[in-house]
Design a protein around this ligand. Structure first.
Ligand SMILES: [Zn+2]
Length: 440
């Protein structure tokens, strides 16, 4: 069977089991069905690797030649976000093939990543290859809902005193046009992820009938506050070294004047910091905490002044101005409007992996060798991945799946018609084989 046919059949089979994200106490039967399917698809892994199941989360250990060498960890997740067939051009869990692409929920996020890792290990086992150090594989069941799966796996490993030379999770990929206007694909390697915070902001008042409204009603105070935050964008704008390196690496792919501006940050940094937020929301998100007002509640009737209307703000906090500090900025502005703040959900930005470490340089070198037409750049993840838990066990936690995708495919994650190019899967399998063979 050709590598394309194998990818199509195995990932297709993985996608056909709808492993929608679950918490540990919920019905995990689809996940256990999925585990059985993995046993059928990757028999050598299940014969030769040590497997631990922690409430559905999968952990494998492949014993390496040198037990004194720090292990490495490849990871991803088994769960997917729900999908109905509505809007899809094929049924959402069909694993149907169209024009060389495999369609279905999870093909990219994240069963495609799982597949390239598992298939590489399976093939290497078939070749009698022994890895230079222990290799671990980890796949949680609730990455998409921020559940405890990956954290539990991390604690399990930590309790056994295990640390990793590096960790490779999903998050970055080889993207055709990572930023509009780029003239070549870029492999982006996530080295940190922003924090996340939901804040409920309440204004209190006496309520009453809306026919004789006083000034400064609670709703108006909330709106004035939201307006001021959106206009002033009061969060600290900093180009951290890793983002500077990202811009420097990407500069050649742009035409003048961006090429010059980003390629000469030693000269243009102040200008870039000042101009980028005005040019693009993405540019701003790379440099600062962002705050978006997403939900609101007033009174229950059109003619009643609300007593305690509220807004929900969703913040993505920067490494240099983490959740606590960002919240304080909001509170400072909230004072003059007499507002109350309550944090509903909070997760700090992760530490930043060192892009000058031996492990990062090795992964980067392997990417350059495997994807010679692509640029490589570190990257700041705006969403969340399971990888954040593993900063506790390594100095180099990276988010990169060696899968080529178009911008449209990248945006199909969590959306309709999620799909992956089958040839890109085969290329990804070869990447992991190369990585393991080169890691001596
Ligand atoms: Zn994912």
């Amino acid at each position: 069977m050709t590598e394309l046919k194998i990818a199509e059949e195995k990932l297709g089979a993985m996608v056909r089991i709808p492993t929608v994200s679950k918490h540990e106490h919920e019905d995990l039967s689809q996940f256990y069905r999925f585990h059985q399917e993995l046993e059928r698809l990757f028999p050598l892994i299940h014969e030769k690797l040590e497997k631990t199941v922690l409430n559905g989360t999968l952990l494998y250990r492949w014993e390496g030649a040198d037990q004194k060498k720090l292990p490495i960890l490849f990871m991803g997740h088994q769960d997917v976000v729900p999908a109905s067939d509505e809007g899809w051009s094929v049924p959402a869990y069909s694993g149907a093939v169209k024009d060389g692409c495999l369609y279905g929920r999870g093909t990219l996020d994240c069963k495609g990543t799982m597949y390239v890792q598992l298939q590489a290990v399976e093939e290497l086992l078939g070749e009698g290859f022994v890895p230079p150090c222990d290799v671990y594989l980890e796949y949680s069941i609730n990455e998409e809902t921020g559940g405890d799966g990956a954290a539990a796996a991390m604690r399990h490993l930590r309790d056994r005193g295990i640390r990793f030379a590096f960790v490779l999770d999903e998050g970055g990929a080889v993207i055709d046009e990572a930023v509009p206007g780029m003239d070549k694909p870029y492999a982006v390697v996530g080295v940190t992820e922003k924090g996340y915070m939901d804040v409920k902001i309440t204004a209190r008042g006496k309520g009453g009938h809306s026919s004789t409204p006083p000034r400064n009603t609670p709703a108006a105070r909330l709106f004035a506050f939201a307006n001021e935050i959106e206009r002033k964008r009061p969060f600290k704008k900093v180009l951290i070294p890793e983002v500077q390196e990202m811009l420097r690496q990407m500069a050649p792919a742009f035409s003048f004047p961006l090429r010059f501006l980003l390629g000469n940050l030693w000269l243009t940094k102040l200008l870039v910091v000042a101009a980028m937020p005005m040019v693009s929301p993405f540019g701003e998100a790379l440099m600062a905490t962002t705050c978006c007002f997403t939900q609101m509640k007033g009174s229950d009737a059109a003619n009643v002044i609300p007593k305690e209307p509220y807004l929900i703000a969703n913040l993505r906090c920067s490494v240099h101005q983490n959740c606590e500090e960002s919240l304080n900025v909001l509170k400072k502005y909230g004072k003059k409007y007499d507002l109350e703040f309550e944090v509903l959900l909070r997760r700090d930005a992760s530490p930043v992996s060192d892009i000058h470490s031996a492990a990062y340089c090795f992964v980067e070198k392997t990417i350059r060798a495997h994807f010679p037409d692509a640029g490589v750049a570190p990257y700041l993840i705006m969403g969340g991945t399971d990888c954040r838990h593993f900063h506790a066990l390594t100095d180099t936690a990276l988010r990169f799946a060696p899968i080529r995708m178009t911008n449209a495919q990248n945006s199909s994650c969590h959306a309709v018609d999620e799909n992956v190019t089958i040839a890109a899967l085969a290329e990804g399998v070869r990447f992991f084989k190369r990585l393991l063979k080169d890691y001596a």
